[in-house]
Design a binder for this molecule. Structure first.
Ligand code: SAH
Length: 360
């Protein structure tokens, strides 16, 4: 069983030059409970930095600081807010100079969702996605992923508010960084720490069949979303190169096994592209693939990206498409785009993934 606290402290300790958390504690001549205090302050009490952890002796804080020990593995570089104030995008720098983006969405009604990145860049090259066009650099570590959520949580905590949902829909393919993402889920969920329920977490995948099978065996209540985007191989392969490895049929087979095992609802994401996948026949084909009440379609209005020669469907077409699905008894919702003015909407995240020093 993965212990979130150990995962967090060992990774932070390694970055400060120690073998693990235990080595850090003994090097500083402190009992392990001091390390627990450190973790609790960061993950549960959401203090901003080491200096603010007043339950720790001042000398220990100073000594740890001198080793380069930091609570956060990600450093906010640019924070932007949308004009309606509902969306905040953060650009974060990692220790090696790579950068990723994460987005906070403050919905009407009090729900607050953080969309986090699992990789610097992405190897899957979906034609409509900005991250995919920029190429792949590396997986993030569990705490680099978790700390994006921690950043926004510390900001919200100052106003007495908290994060209610976390979605792995930022940069990268979460299932290609499977172990790191599961580590981040353990950190998000830890009742001794961040304490976010599994049902408030969603992982979105391009459709890595072997990982969907593995995920089904985790027996977790974490939600699964599948980026389907087309009901046939011909169209899906054009949009998503991953479809040449795992066909639509193979993907839906994995989903059926997942549903058999978990009895959990699966969310199918479908970006609406004018003249590409938004016809009546596509809606009917899609309806045929959706095998009952546990198959839910989420239509996503296309958000423009710098390179793609694609156009989003008109709003009216999106609702007509939804109507056809409904007429076939398929559960469907239309996603409200947020943060387009700061390029923070789905598919628009594209941090520089190379060290800044090299870029300039
Ligand atoms: N790699 C994961 C997470 C990616 S982002 C995945 O593919 O699921 C989350 C969602 O945004 C995915 O469904 C993705 O296909 C979608 N998306 C990507 N580019 C988009 C764009 N330009 N407009 C709207 N949605 C987009």
């Amino acid at each position: 069983m993965l212990r979130a606290r150990d995962l967090w402290i060992d990774e932070k300790a390694r970055r400060a030059g120690y073998e693990n958390g235990a080595a850090l504690a003994s090097a500083h001549g402190v009992k392990p409970y001091r390390i627990d205090q450190l973790y609790r302050a960061a993950a549960k009490e959401l203090v901003a930095d080491l200096e603010a952890i007043t339950t720790l002796p001042k000398e220990l804080r100073t000594a740890l600081g001198a080793t380069g020990f930091a609570l956060d593995a990600v450093e906010p570089v640019v924070i932007q807010r949308s004009s309606d104030g509902q969306t905040t995008k953060g650009l974060f720098r990692l220790h090696d100079g790579n950068e990723v983006e994460a987005v906070l969405m403050e919905h009407h009604g009090g729900r607050t969702t953080v969309c986090i990145s699992s990789q610097a860049g992405c190897a899957y090259a979906c034609t409509f996605c900005s991250t995919g066009q920029a190429g792949f650099t590396r997986n993030l570590s569990a705490t680099e992923i978790f700390d994006q959520a921690r950043y926004f949580a510390t900001q919200l905590a100052r106003a007495g508010r908290r994060i209610t949902n976390v979605v792995f829909m930022g940069m990268g393919e979460p299932f290609a960084a499977y172990d790191e993402v599961m580590g981040a889920v353990a950190l998000l969920n830890d009742p001794q720490g961040f304490g976010l329920g599994h049902r408030h977490i969603t992982i979105s995948t391009v459709g890595l069949v072997d990982k969907i099978d593995r995920f089904a065996d985790e027996h977790t209540q974490v939600n699964l979303a599948i980026s389907l985007h087309a009901p046939t191989d011909a169209t899906r392969s054009k949009l998503m190169p991953v479809n040449r490895k795992w066909s639509t049929e193979a993907l839906l087979g994995a989903v059926a096994r997942y549903i058999d095992k978990t009895h959990r609802k699966v969310f199918f994401e479908y970006v609406m592209l004018a003249g590409v996948n938004d016809g009546d026949e596509h809606a009917r084909d899609l309806a045929r693939l959706m095998q009952g009440p546990l198959y839910h379609v989420n239509l996503i209005p296309y958000n423009s990206t710098p390179d793609a020669a694609l156009r989003g469907s008109e709003e009216r077409r999106i609702w007509e498409f939804a109507k056809i699905l409904e007429q076939h008894g398929v559960g469907v919702t239309v996603r409200t785009p947020m943060g387009r003015d700061i390029a923070a909407a789905c598919g628009q995240l594209r941090a520089e993934t190379q060290p800044r020093a090299k870029a300039s």
